[in-house]
Write a protein that binds this ligand. Sequence first.
Ligand SMILES: [Zn+2]
Length: 164
Amino acid sequence: MTASQPDLLHVRSWYGLRAELGVEDRLWHLVRVGPVTMSHPPVVNTFLRAGLPEAERLRLSYLHEFGHLQTLPLAFAHAVAVLWAGLRQRRSFEGWVGWFLGAFLAHEATWELISEAYVVLGDRAAYRETYRRHPNPFSLLFWAGMASLSLGLTFALVRRISTR
Ligand SMILES: [Zn+2]
């Protein structure tokens, strides 16, 4: 990663996709891939970085957004696997609404989980040191919550052969 502007980071993923990342607008984060701009509320970064000094908050937030880009193929593979298993099942209209909601949640939880795991693996000792000095009450909640959402929902969605 190289910083060319103070707040917009130009990055290139391991599979060649280039993007621009912005995290310092406190309300919205930005990922721009070519002409496509995806703004999203920094939910995970807001909670997980609560109480961190600015420099550390920025470092980890950028890494997390970059993690989304780097793990995009994994997130995509997960979505395809869930859809492939789910679309072969039979269910009522209400069943389909619930199923797609579940699939969306499972996808989001999985992608947040692997993006933050990317931060932990990339930052290693510094990550541990940061959270040792600034304990975060949401940390355990994030890992436990996202892991059970991701694994629980994915398993339930893929395993179920048919609902009503
Ligand atoms: Zn995220």
